[in-house]
Design a protein around this ligand. Structure first.
Ligand code: IMP
Length: 431
């Protein structure tokens, strides 16, 4: 088994960063394939907590090549800051490569993200305001600016000349906001272009060659299945393809290059932004979990909405991603709760359903049906073996496996690499 896709099985924030960092120790390459600086991946380097938005979570391993591939929308200001911060901590960025074909987030994308959300009022999506949606929209409209344009002074000028007047027209005439100044954008983005030039190139052939030579490639997803533009809870979704298939679309490798698909799911559920959330707990349990794990957005600082584990949604993630196994994270956060609940079915229009409704609109109207498992009192973060977990915690994990129909390959019980219980090393390429 050479390549592995790490995909968010819920609404993002599943602690994929920790899982990728762990798997990157044995990988030749980590490829971030979708999303932009809306993502916030947290990894721990010794006692140092790193929050990355764009740079792959494998960067702490000096031997691992890290790639930002074509499917990402790149905010060059954010990536420059991340590179500088890593270099200041003496973390090598020598093996970082950025696809010249990735699309660039420009100031008008952020401005339009904000203005569109404001104009929608109560109907807003609750975006991260990082300009991600408008940047993907420009890609689809075929008026995007790509990293290859950014690193070339003439091309950047030509592209801005072509695109900015339309954007300013919208900003000024539709939204009544002040127009953006081309010279200021050009000067700022030229600086980024110069800084980033050494990192930029064609990356698809690097990834294909590594996969073809049987080298270990980890494809790092961002956001989660339920935020996928096609397969998520539209319109309350992001504008990219977080699902496993996005690894092919975003990198330019064929489906045969993907060997194992690992879905990362929290032992409970969180969601940021608007949209349906059947198992949401707007009560003391929700508050307790939020405070215990500091469930606030890495990118925006917004409090995350918190709820019980929803296996109806998880089974859907198993299907649309073709998941081989799960990484169940943050199990420690549930410790000391008197009981834990798993949503096993929904009530929808007087019927009991065990599948997600085909129309995402209906998703906001279903009510959950729970199974209850007694909780456990012990702090579990210091345990190093699955067999040492309290019986009820083990029961919980085994029940999730049963309900989802796939094995749990690892359980994360803390932020550090050592706070991980590996149940199926064979499925993680560690056999
Ligand atoms: P956008 O991706 O900024 O356009 O936001 C669209 C929706 O996706 C909003 O509900 C965001 O809160 C959500 N979202 C985007 N990125 C993340 C993430 O990394 N974690 C969790 N939610 C996210």
């Amino acid at each position: 088994m050479s390549s592995l896709v790490v995909v968010g099985a819920q609404w993002g924030d599943e602690a994929k960063g920790k899982v990728v960092d762990l798997l990157a120790q044995e990988a030749a390459m980590v490829v971030r394939y979708a999303g932009g600086s809306n993502a916030g991946h947290t990894v721990m380097a010794g006692d140092l907590l790193l929050k990355l938005h764009l740079i792959p979570s494998g960067i702490l391993n000096p031997e691992t090549t890290c790639i930002i591939s074509d499917g990402v929308v790149l905010d060059p200001g954010v990536v420059c800051e991340e590179i500088e911060a890593l270099q200041a901590r003496r973390i090598s960025t020598e093996k970082l490569f950025i696809s010249g074909n990735a699309h660039v987030v420009l100031p008008y994308h952020k401005e339009l993200d904000r203005l569109e959300e404001e104009r929608k009022g109560l109907g807003k999506i609750g975006t991260t305001m990082q300009g991600v949606g408008p940047a993907y929209a420009d890609k689809a409209r075929r008026c995007g600016i790509r990293v290859n344009d950014l690193v070339d002074a003439d091309r950047l000028r030509r592209r801005l000349d072509a695109v900015l007047p339309d954007k300013n027209f919208l900003i000024e005439k539709l939204y009544g906001a002040p127009r953006l100044n081309e010279e200021a954008i050009y000067a700022e983005y030229r600086r980024y272009g110069e800084f980033l030039r050494p990192f930029v190139g064609e990356v698809g052939s690097l990834v294909s060659a590594a996969a073809a030579n049987g080298r270990r490639v980890v494809f790092e997803g961002a956001q989660g299945t339920m935020l996928d533009i096609d397969y998520g809870t539209y319109p309350y979704v992001t504008s990219s393809h977080p699902v496993a298939g996005g690894a092919c679309l975003g990198t330019g490798v064929g489906p045969h290059a993907l060997d194992t698909i690992l879905g990362v799911a929290k032992a409970y559920t969180t969601r940021v932004g608007e949209g349906g959330f059947p198992t949401e707990q707007t009560n003391a349990v929700g508050d307790l979990i939020r405070e215990r794990d500091q469930e606030y957005g890495t990118t925006t600082g917004r409090p995350r909405r918190v709820g019980w584990l929803d296996v109806v949604a998880l089974r859907y993630a198993v299907r649309v991603n073709g998941l081989d196994a799960l990484a169940l994270t943050l199990l420690d956060v549930l410790s000391t709760l008197p009981e834990v609940k798993i949503c096993v079915a929904y009530r929808h229009e007087e019927r009991r359903v065990t599948e997600l409704p085909g129309d995402p609109e209906a998703f906001g109207r279903v009510t959950p049906e729970y199974e209850t498992i007694p909780g456990w009192d012990e702090d579990i973060t210091r345990l190093r073996d699955f067999a040492q977990l309290p019986e009820n915690a083990r029961r919980y994990v085994r029940r999730v496996e049963e309900l989802c129909g796939i094995p749990v390959a690892l359980v994360s019980i803390g932020k550090r690499r050592s706070e991980t219980l590996i149940l199926r090393p064979d499925l993680l390429g560690r056999g």
